[in-house]
Write a protein that binds this ligand. Sequence first.
Ligand SMILES: NC(=O)c1ccc[n+]([C@@H]2O[C@H](COP(=O)([O-])OP(=O)(O)OC[C@H]3O[C@@H](n4cnc5c(N)ncnc54)[C@H](OP(=O)(O)O)[C@@H]3O)[C@@H](O)[C@H]2O)c1
Length: 263
Amino acid sequence: MKGWALVTGASSGIGRQIAIDLAKEGYASILLARRESALIELKKEILDTYGISSLVLPLDLSAVGSVDEIVRLIKSEDIVLSILINNAGFGDHNAFEDADIAKLISMIDLNCTKLVELTHAMIPLMLKNSYIMNVASLAGFMPGPLMSVYYATKAFVLSFSQALHTELLPLNISSSALCPGPVHTEFGQVAVTGDLAAFNSISAQNVEEVSALALKQMFKRKQIILTHPTHRFVVFLLRLAPRKVVGPIVYKAQSKRLAKKSH
Ligand SMILES: NC(=O)c1ccc[n+]([C@@H]2O[C@H](COP(=O)([O-])OP(=O)(O)OC[C@H]3O[C@@H](n4cnc5c(N)ncnc54)[C@H](OP(=O)(O)O)[C@@H]3O)[C@@H](O)[C@H]2O)c1
């Protein structure tokens, strides 16, 4: 075995696939999410396929004291981490004034606050030649009307991740921001609570493709990981376009999705 990884949000979607692909590379993972049964199933799949034994950590990251619990487990198992994957997160697709404010606040807490708290607690428990990958989004590059808070959380993750990359150079710990566009996962169900097809467009990528590319780039210590060639062009255009122009374009695209949701 090459080392240990901590993967948050490992019960489904991108995090689940990353844990599988890390096992393929010889890394054992601490699998963290709320749904214990999904984590136990994943642990068995990884053991049967790659002969690697994972640790299951059923935990609500949003709960008070969750990070302390993770630290306790890592110390009690005498683990030194080689990889931290900050992946757990969710979105909400709604007009801001119609949104449930408690949901928005808990989104900021999980997507930003817990990510920062966990990273701060994990760095002293990591090897001096290791990797952090923070799952941001293509959404982090632009303002996102009708998903305003979600886009803003991802802008936070992107900025934080890049700053950390520079700060951690002396420790030889890289910090990569993974910035996928739409991916076929349970994300749409959570964000939309309605018509999943309206959210998962045909241009959505599959998790296998995203995870394989993400890990390849993470091991090359890339600061920003884009998952599709067209995204490079989008990011290039976004750097040139004034944000006051971008907002209305995103608003139009998100309005169409909301309209589909309400039909
Ligand atoms: N899918 C996309 O289109 C897309 C695009 C760009 C970025 N992303 C980002 O990718 C990341 C993963 O999302 P996904 O698309 O793979 O969606 P997903 O299938 O819904 O996965 C989200 C994961 O986060 C976990 N999670 C949620 N709340 C949690 C909590 N309070 N404590 C612990 N774990 C929690 C979920 O597990 P439990 O429910 O079992 O806790 C699940 O394993 C997110 O940060 C998302 O913003 C997604």
